[in-house]
Design a protein around this ligand. Structure first.
Ligand SMILES: *Cc1c(COP(=O)(O)O)cnc(C)c1O
Length: 366
């Protein structure tokens, strides 16, 4: 069987270190906001080239708290992309703002930046660019639009840990960057977890309270906050894993190049292209084919796990039926949702495994 993501293969490589780190937390019993949390926050901020980091309970919470801290709420509009994980849009709904969706670009499968400006209204408060599949968006273009219309940029970097654009890490260029440490992410904990990074001191100070019941000091509450903290055990795991992240991302890139080379010219496949080595950390390796459903079925029957990211675009989700989106408004997302297929992708994926996947795909098309 070739898994979609092999968390165990990675665990086996770092098992002694992880066990030691977790044991230390058990010995200290400082489970909530223990020292490992603040140490991880410092290290992850530095990794992202941001001044500050605040650990929270999930990527969804990171996005939610980011919009709260910026005072975005009812009557406001927030622009994001039609093809993303639902959590990006849930965060907008949580604060009572209206999600406005941009169609995607046929080549990058990411937000089409040329379509943003026409969606801006006097109610627009923020743009949430999503570095989907691990591909860094052109942040210069987005920051330029945001500056001209006086909008906040909150980066959804939940799939982009470690990707660069123009010599800068994703997550550090908007006013706030949001990360998820869901186990399958490029930097994954062993439970839910998330983080917000920012270089704005005022936002940082407030976020630390917002994730902790709005409390500057135990039993004193300045505003209505949340219980949304990165737990100490997960911070300890993440500190071990962060040291390997750049290398793991390089291995993902190398695996993607091997896939690209070996899949080139087979059937009607369209392969992901990226000329910028640092700009794509291949959280997912996504191909296109008109025979997607049949190919997926063929691979799954031969014990090769694959996925679709995402089978139902945001505007077609039951949860968002009330927003009145029309699928004709998103022709590229609509078409791609029928064509895209994510193949097994993780740093430890072996050449033999890649060759097996490629052999089965070749077999399918012959
Ligand atoms: C995973 C993910 C999230 C949500 O993160 P959780 O930690 O699962 O809450 C948000 N946005 C994107 C693009 C994601 O991939």
């Amino acid at each position: 069987m070739i898994p979609f993501v092999d968390l165990k293969a990675q665990y086996k490589l770092i098992e002694p270190e992880v066990k030691l780190a977790m044991d230390k937390v058990l010995e200290n019993t400082n489970f909530i906001l223990g020292q490992e949390v603040s140490l991880f926050e410092e290290e992850f901020a530095e990794f992202c080239q941001a001044k500050y980091c605040v650990g929270v309970a999930s990527g969804t919470d990171a996005l939610h708290l980011a919009l709260r801290i910026l005072n975005i709420g009812p009557g406001d509009e927030v622009i994001t992309v039609a093809n993303t994980f639902v959590a990006t849009v849930l965060a907008i709904s949580y604060v009572g703002a209206k999600p406005v969706l941009v169609d995607i670009d046929e080549k990058t499968f990411n937000m089409n930046l040329d379509l943003i400006e026409r969606l801006i209204t006097p109610k627009t408060k923020a743009i949430i660019p999503v570095h989907l599949y691990g591909r860094a968006l052109d942040m210069n273009k987005i920051l330029d639009i945001a500056k001209r219309y006086n909008l906040y940029v909150v980066e959804d970097a939940c799939q982009g840990h470690g990707a660069w654009f123009n010599g800068k890490r994703v997550g550090s260029q908007g006013i706030i960057g949001c990360f998820s440490f869901y186990p399958g992410k490029n930097l994954g904990a062993y439970a839910d977890g998330g983080a917000v990074v920012t270089s704005n001191q005022e936002i940082y100070e407030k976020l630390k309270m917002l994730r902790n019941y709005g409390s500057p000091k135990k039993y004193y509450h300045d505003f209505i906050g949340y219980n949304s903290r990165l737990d100490t055990m997960q911070a300890a795991v993440l500190r071990v894993k962060l040291k390997y992240l750049d290398n793991w991302n390089k291995q993902r890139w190398a695996n993607a190049q091997i896939y690209n080379q070996k899949l080139n010219g087979i059937g009607d496949l369209i392969l992901p292209q990226s000329s910028n080595k640092d700009g794509h950390v291949f959280h997912l390796y996504v191909i296109r084919t008109k025979q997607r459903d049949k190919l997926m079925d063929y691979l799954v029957k031969r014990n090769i796990q694959c996925g679709i990211h995402y089978p139902v675009p945001i505007y077609a989700l039951k949860a968002y039926a009330g927003l009145g989106f029309k699928e004709n408004d998103f022709p590229v997302t609509q078409e791609l949702s029928k064509d895209i297929l994510s193949l097994p992708m993780f740093p430890e994926l072996s050449i033999d495994q890649i060759e097996e996947v490629v052999a089965r795909i070749r077999e399918f098309f012959s």
